[in-house]
Write a protein that binds this ligand. Structure first.
Ligand SMILES: [Zn+2]
Length: 378
């Protein structure tokens, strides 16, 4: 087993207490083996000289839609010229995804996960949801499994043409049965123009009965039943949370559902941002994720989301980094990632900056120098 000493760290963010100076980290195999004062560091086979740079946990991107083909750059341009985002463009991606071969779908997923890795992301959740038939959802998840263990069945992404209740029966019946062997999570888009609270509850309940864990898209386009349904079902996360009532805030504060904010979606649809400050002040656990998808948020950059969270959503840089690392881990119910502690997975990033503050302070600048994933320099 190879050991690596990382020393001359300018600022070490562990998410386990305050940032440390003069600390070193030793990785053994795929785990963090030692953290302490650099002067006391044990010998290791290899060394990474951080040269005064900050070291942070790898980002945990707990919400991404990477199993698709094609892009929607023209739709983005039209929206920036004044057209409204309705979610209807998802159908364009569904047609392209169905027409793509397995190799093409997997290659696109690999391209995007590699792009994420270069930007410091070491864990990503990947949803299906652009197939919407039994065979296409099954293969999306089967291919996604080659990229991550955090796979999510999102057959209830958009209501295809026809009878919505009949589609919910398909999703909760044969489609779920085909998808479940490849999925850890079940998700549903509960919002205006998508699935109702009743339909969302039926989908999630069926998923739980099939051994999947619930999470959902809630309250992106308007206030609705999604957030309270998430808390009610003990979902790991309610994602978007852009339009919240006081009752939604109370429900999140009183439950153990993480509020996952996806500011790339508001940026790319030119919509008002969620009120992260209100969530944090109410004691809600907040995660940040990219929502990477070809329609409403085609960014793979967690640093960009951190910058938006700080500039537009009232989060401090420290809160935003926590939400992008430890918060994302909470949203995936994982305790082995998102923090640098002995025994955790050796997932970390060495920045091209002396402090993590630069992630928000220098938006759009590539500040990830080196990434360790499972202890392996990338
Ligand atoms: Zn999404």
């Amino acid at each position: 087993m190879v050991s690596i000493l990382i020393d001359r760290i300018g600022e070490l963010v562990t998410q386990d207490g305050p940032a440390r100076r003069d600390a070193a980290v030793v990785v053994e195999g795929d785990r963090i083996a030692w953290i302490g004062p650099a002067a006391d560091a044990p010998a290791a086979d290899e060394r990474i000289d951080a040269d005064g740079a900050a070291v942070i946990p790898g980002f945990v991107d707990s919400h991404a839609h990477l199993m698709f083909a094609g892009d929607r750059a023209a739709e983005f341009a039209a929206r920036m010229a004044g057209a409204k985002y309705t979610g209807g463009g998802i159908r364009t991606t569904v047609a392209a995804t169905r027409a793509a071969g397995d190799d093409q779908l997997l290659a696109n997923g690999r391209r995007l996960t590699a792009e994420m890795r270069r930007q410091g992301t070491t864990t990503v959740e990947i949803k299906s949801g652009y197939g919407l038939t039994v065979a296409d959802e099954e293969r999306s998840l089967r291919l996604a499994r080659e990229l991550t263990g955090e796979t999510t069945f999102l057959g209830a992404h958009v209501v295809p043409d026809g009878d919505p209740d009949a589609y919910v029966e398909l999703v909760t019946g044969p489609m779920l049965a085909a998808a479940a062997p490849y999925a850890k999570w079940i998700d549903v888009f509960c919002d205006r123009g998508a699935f109702t609270g009743e339909q969302a509850r039926a989908v999630l309940t069926a998923g739980i009965a099939a051994g999947l864990q619930p999470r959902l898209h809630a309250n992106q386009l308007e206030a609705g039943p999604g957030v309270q349904l998430a808390v009610d079902l003990g979902a790991a996360s309610a994602d978007h949370c852009t339009h919240l009532t006081p009752a939604d805030l109370d429900a999140l504060a009183g439950g153990d559902t993480v509020a996952t904010l996806l500011p790339g979606a508001e940026f790319s649809t030119r919509s008002p941002y969620p009120d992260a400050r209100a969530l944090l002040d109410a004691g809600v656990t907040v995660a940040l994720a990219t929502d990477c998808n070809p329609g409403s948020s085609y960014t793979s950059s967690m640093p960009f989301c951190i910058a938006l969270a700080v500039r537009e959503m009232g989060m401090t840089p420290a809160e935003a980094l926590w939400s992008a690392t430890a918060g994302g881990a909470r949203a995936l119910r994982r305790d082995d990632i998102g923090r640098l502690i002995v025994g955790a997975r050796a997932d970390l990033a060495v920045l091209d900056a002396p402090s993590f503050l630069h992630l928000a302070y220098r938006p759009g600048v590539p500040l990830i120098r080196t990434v360790l994933h499972n202890g392996v320099p990338q």
